[in-house]
Design a binder for this molecule. Structure first.
Ligand code: PRP
Length: 178
């Protein structure tokens, strides 16, 4: 697997320090509040696991799965929310957590769904942001790293379902995915 890696973009220590700082910033924002943290499966599980251990505010955790739309850009394949949240959203302070903000279609769709349920607030935190790829306007409230439009894997991010367990964020060799 490591033979497929071209370059490490963000190493473990760099990620760890940034996640810790994000936790501190989020704690300040939610002083006196309980967070309903909703993580977007599957990619965000690694980031979420580390982020919540850096949060000191009371929180409840829920998960949401959004249909993958693969390589297609056709409207009928826009993201759909699969299944139901367990938690009641009305009146809660919702924090959406995702591994990467790319076109913005996924988080925009999820945020609209949450807003329709009358939360007290909705904010979002992403580990990675690729602003150059945006199709739907969306600004995350907390961003770990803003990165160029490279294909990255690791720390939860996959290529064809693989590489999620890498402890760093890395660039794949082009011959792996071309
Ligand atoms: C990825 C990622 C985000 C979404 C971002 O999910 O985890 O949820 O794409 O892309 P967007 O901003 O262009 O909508 P993916 O559908 O690959 O599923 P995964 O989380 O299971 O990897």
């Amino acid at each position: 697997m490591t033979d497929d890696i071209q370059e490490i973009l963000l190493d473990e220590e760099t990620i760890s320090q940034r996640v810790s700082a994000l936790g501190a910033e989020i704690d300040v924002h939610y002083e006196g509040e309980e967070i309903l943290l909703i993580t977007l499966l599957d990619g965000a599980i690694v980031f979420t696991a580390d982020l919540i251990r850096n949060l000191r505010r009371p929180l409840r955790l829920d998960c949401i799965r959004v249909s993958s739309y693969g390589d297609s850009t056709s409207p009928e394949s826009s993201p759909r929310i699969l299944g139901n949240l367990r938690a009641e959203v009305e009146g809660r302070h919702v924090l959406l957590v995702d591994d990467i903000l790319d076109t913005g279609n996924t988080l925009s769709r999820v945020q609209n769904e949450i807003l329709s349920r009358n939360p007290a607030s909705v904010h979002s935190c992403v580990l990675l942001d690729k602003p150059a790829r945006r199709e739907t306007p969306f600004k995350a409230d907390w961003i770990g790293f803003s990165i160029p439009d490279h294909f990255v894997v690791g720390y939860g991010l996959d290529y064809a379902g693989r590489y999620r367990q890498l402890p760093h964020v890395a660039l794949l060799k082009p011959e792996v995915y071309s």
